[in-house]
Design a protein around this ligand. Structure first.
Ligand code: C2E
Ligand code: MG
Ligand code: MG
Ligand code: MG
Length: 278
């Protein structure tokens, strides 16, 4: 206790400062929700064998009035802690469905784009989630089969009893489910049986080394084969070069996304990519 008192004197200013920052950030986030300071970026998801765009992942950004663009990993944890992820996440979902429906209206109806939306565990804890998803689809006119909900492994591992029922209600609408960052959790295989999953997204950490580390290549190809055996689609995340692409294509990975194809784009840049003028 004596020692603790000394340490307290040393750490107090630092703690006070970080607590202060935390409070500031929380107030900023509340204001951001009211003033609509969020924006979406869209990253193409590509059919690896043909290069055609099969869908888009919606990724949120916070355009802070003084601090500029804040990436999701810098504010989503606080948004989850404070519950503000609920209104933010609902906005993301509605906006992603709206944009996707609008792009599909300009495309051949035979090959509609799908849009992937990341969901937080806090959103899944809400009993009204299936209703919120259904309403986003109805209001935008996006067909349910064009919406993919991305869930992380940790979310499924720590799931509550009600989570499964909620996911089944969402699936019953016709929406597809993807497991994000696959391979980074600690019980990946068990919940593949338990949850009604359609798509596995292979984490970037595997893809990074797929061209030059034999163990990474073996694991990646193993995940792709596992997906095939379970009749799931596989998406490789974070493809950055041609070597990775050829390794993944050779292993029969169906889909991929990464800077090699395109970074997350503004809605205007995506419009131009999908429907070039000239
Ligand atoms: P994620 O869902 O795994 O998204 C992929 C992340 O990898 C994105 O980062 C994307 O910009 C980045 N990425 C894509 N291709 C490459 C590549 O070739 N190289 C590198 N280095 N990075 C690449 P971002 O946009 O910063 O998002 C980070 C995470 O934040 C997402 O990971 C997701 O877990 C979370 N997130 C993003 N938007 C939302 C949202 O609307 N709601 C929730 N709950 N989480 C979100
Ligand atoms: Mg994702
Ligand atoms: Mg991911
Ligand atoms: Mg990730």
């Amino acid at each position: 206790k004596k020692k603790g008192k000394d340490q307290y004197a040393v750490f107090e200013p630092v703690m006070r400062e970080s607590f202060q920052r935390h409070l500031e950030m929380e107030a900023d986030l509340r204001r951001a929700v009211l003033r609509h300071e969020f924006e979406l970026r869209f990253q193409p998801i590509v059919r690896l064998r043909t290069g055609e765009i099969s869908g888009l992942e919606a990724l949120v950004r916070w355009q802070h009035p003084e601090r500029g663009m804040i990436p999701p990993l810098d504010f989503i944890p606080l948004a989850e802690e404070t519950g503000m992820i609920v209104p933010i996440g609902e906005w993301v979902l509605r906006e992603a469905c709206r944009e996707a429906a609008q792009w599909n209206a300009q495309r051949d109806p035979a090959s509609p784009l799908s849009v992937s939306v990341n969901l937080s565990a806090v959103q899944l804890d809400r009993p009204d989630l299936p209703e919120v998803v259904g309403k986003a689809l109805a209001d935008s006119g996006l067909p349910a089969r064009c919406l993919i909900i991305e869930l992380t492994e940790s979310l499924l591992v720590d799931h509550r009893q009600e989570t499964l029922g909620r996911l089944e209600a969402i699936k019953a609408l016709g929406v597809r489910l993807a497991i994000d960052d696959f391979g980074t959790g600690y019980s990946s295989l068990a919940y593949l049986r338990r949850f009604p999953v359609d798509i596995i997204k292979i984490d970037k950490s595997f893809v990074d080394d797929v061209g030059d580390v034999p163990a990474a290549a073996a694991l990646t190809l193993g995940i792709i084969q596992l997906g095939q055996a379970l009749q799931l689609s596989t998406v490789a995340e974070g493809i950055e070069d041609a070597g990775q692409l050829s390794e993944l294509t050779g292993g029969n990975c169906e889909l991929g996304q990464g800077y090699y194809f395109a970074e997350p784009l503004t809605s205007e840049a995506m419009q131009e990519l999908l429907f070039p003028r000239s």
